[in-house]
Ligand binder design. Sequence first.
Ligand code: GAR
Length: 205
Amino acid sequence: MSLKLGVLCSGRGTDLQSIIDAISAKKLDAEIAIVLTDRPNVPALIRAEKAKIENICVDRKQFSDQKAFEGKLLDHLFRVGVDLVVLAGFMRLLSSKFIRAYPNKIMNIHPALLPNFPGTHAQRDALEYGVKISGCTIHFIDEGMDTGPIILQAAVPVLEDDTEETLSRRILEEEHKLYPRAIQLYAEGRLKIEGRRVRILEELL
Ligand code: GAR
């Protein structure tokens, strides 16, 4: 039985699309059981709908507090029997309670080389700081912001005439290759967390 993913998004959904495409190209042995968003009418929902994946908006604004909102997300994830929660441009911090429901089973993608430039404006922060190399990071979620054990990273050079938009676009190209690879490693049982380090085990022949 293939790995069941629950993908959480907030907007555009191009990282989600890269996972959908990798599954249909048989480069990723998983199925997306559900796509959940915290905002209504976002492109991620349309992408899921086109791929015939169950998609639901759990609109944060309709909930009085974080606990009730996260409770609804968890209801859906449990209902469809998700093995791994994939945050793909999901712009909210999750509480410890949520994280404890899926220990070491929540992945996130971040558009910088962590631990540099955590938070919501990673590409702008990298440009403003003046780094010559940035990139993207896939990590497991822990209770901090963008602090969990790192699974994979890809470096992207910062070019002389880069703007936030051009740098973001080039980083995004790498994101779209990296996320399906990280999930495939997980699906193959090849990610072993040892403290802060995620060891990538040899492929079993
Ligand atoms: C991506 O660049 C992702 O790395 C970033 O949001 C974008 C989502 O794009 N995530 C974060 O900044 C999380 N802190 P998408 O909606 O097209 O997939």
